[in-house]
Design a protein around this ligand. Structure first.
Ligand SMILES: [Zn+2]
Length: 296
């Protein structure tokens, strides 16, 4: 087990202005597509022509999600286009065209649903989301904050100490917003027929659903692990660990520092599994316990 000083070796990949106090340093993609169709082109003057934001292709009715935690400050029409604005403190993100399911004053977490994507946007060939990034009245390039797929924000060794996890059992099992399809405890295994401990909870979710980590920590395993299939385990600041199994793909490697909400993979059915779901484990002193018993 590497002692703490090993943290000092972590490469700081972000410019100083983006260090950890700025919680919006990296943005989650607001749609399932992680690709920009039309890039940012800043206007030459305040009201001049330009492309304020980036266009991300999507499907009509698809969920639009907050890129980072913040407060909704606007949900309504701007120039005839349904718009949602979220204030992240230093910067704001804007989303068009969106049928809002949030209202001004609502607090949102990274990945929370803001509404659904509307079918027409004048600047897209097909349905797309225009995502904007504002600091004061300046338009900035959102692409600078959107992570390339599979890449991670690294935490500065000079930054504040990692916070202990702040979830409890219900927050933990609501990770993907779906139902618990099989609880923790003794059961007859659906594949082998054996009676044995089911060492986590199964969360129902469609194949490919992004899997965020519950709390910041260090990735301790990222590997194909027998019955668990593609498996990622994260050790948190209080020593507890969470793990994520049967993934269709992994997007983190052992040693990576991750922040709450960082996507470490996608739901799948690898290993001993009868269909796509997330097998979520909570480990205390290395032993699995019922995630529903977790205290914040
Ligand atoms: Zn399971």
């Amino acid at each position: 087990m590497a002692p703490l000083p090993a943290l000092a070796a972590i490469v700081v990949a972000l410019p100083l202005t983006l260090l950890p106090q700025d919680r919006s340093a990296s943005w989650e993609w607001p749609l399932s597509t992680q690709r920009v169709e039309r890039a940012f082109a800043p206007p030459q003057s305040e009201y001049g022509p330009g492309h304020r934001g980036v266009d991300i292709p999507g499907r009509p009715g698809e969920d639009v999600r907050a890129v980072a935690a913040g407060t909704v400050t606007f949900a309504g029409q701007v120039g005839g286009i349904m718009t949602v604005t979220v204030d992240h403190g230093v910067e704001r993100s804007t989303y068009q065209p969106v049928a809002a399911s949030v209202a001004p004053g609502d607090a949102v977490r990274r990945g929370d649903r803001l509404g659904t994507l509307l079918p027409s946007h004048p600047s897209c060939t097909s349905t797309c989301l225009n995502l904007g990034r504002l600091r004061g009245s300046d338009y900035l390039d959102p692409a600078d904050r959107l992570r390339a797929e599979g890449r991670f924000r690294l935490i500065s060794p000079e930054g504040p100490p990692p916070e202990p996890p702040s979830w409890n059992g219900s927050g933990l099992v609501n990770l993907l917003g779906g139902p618990i399809t099989s609880p923790f405890g003794m059961r007859v295994h659906p594949v082998t027929g054996e009676r044995k401990l089911h060492d986590g909870v199964d969360l129902g979710a469609a194949c490919g659903t992004p899997v965020p980590v519950l709390a910041s920590g260090r990735v301790s395993r990222s590997e194909y692990r027998g019955a668990y299939g593609e498996h990622v385990e994260v050790v948190h600041a209080d020593g507890r660990a969470t793990s994520y199994s049967h993934l269709s793909r992994r997007q983190a490697k052992a040693g990576d520092q991750v922040a709450a909400g960082d996507v470490i993979g996608a739901v799948g059915s690898t290993g001993r599994s009868t269909g796509c779901h997330l097998h979520l484990m909570l480990l205390v002193d290395g032993a699995p316990v019922d995630p529903l018993s977790a205290q914040g």
